[in-house]
Design a protein. Structure first.
Length: 146
């Protein structure tokens, strides 16, 4: 009888969890429909999406059965991965001082003197961040369960 009562009148925590779960499922279905097996970036976006979903789940704490000590550790690990992804996005958007002039029929690019060194350092840092993200996932994934 109590199971029927809980199904008919779920707690506020359970309603919030179900709402979040529906939102995540819709986002995942939309992403799956735009599949790109040939594109490494699609795979990376899939991984980061799932990490973000897990972060939202553990951060909200709705329907999480872990004690706060282990849950907060998982939240920190997931947040660290999302921070690295944010740094990758910031680096990819950085133009390193590259300027362009539109002459109508052609575009002229003006590169600063140290453009090559900055570009190489940026690419090296991005590669390090990708390696750190996936090694962190591999190291910690066994602890991300509820």
């Amino acid at each position: 009888m109590s199971n029927l009562f809980r199904k008919l009148f779920p707690s506020k925590e359970m309603r919030e969890y179900r709402k979040m779960h529906r939102k995540h499922r819709k986002e995942l279905v939309k992403h799956a429909k735009e599949t790109g097996e040939w594109d490494w970036c699609w795979l990376h976006q899939s991984v980061i999406m799932q990490i973000r979903h897990m972060y939202e789940y553990y951060s909200a704490g709705n329907n999480v059965w872990q004690v706060d000590e282990s849950r907060l550790k998982v939240v920190d690990q997931l947040q660290r991965i999302l921070d690295m992804e944010e740094e990758i996005n910031r680096l990819e958007d950085d133009h390193l001082g590259l300027e362009w002039i539109d002459h109508g029929d052609r575009i002229e690019f003006i590169k600063p003197d140290d453009y090559r060194e900055k570009s190489d350092a940026k690419e090296k840092r991005i590669l390090e961040l990708y390696q750190e993200i996936y090694s962190s996932i591999g190291r910690d994934i066994h602890w991300w369960w509820d």
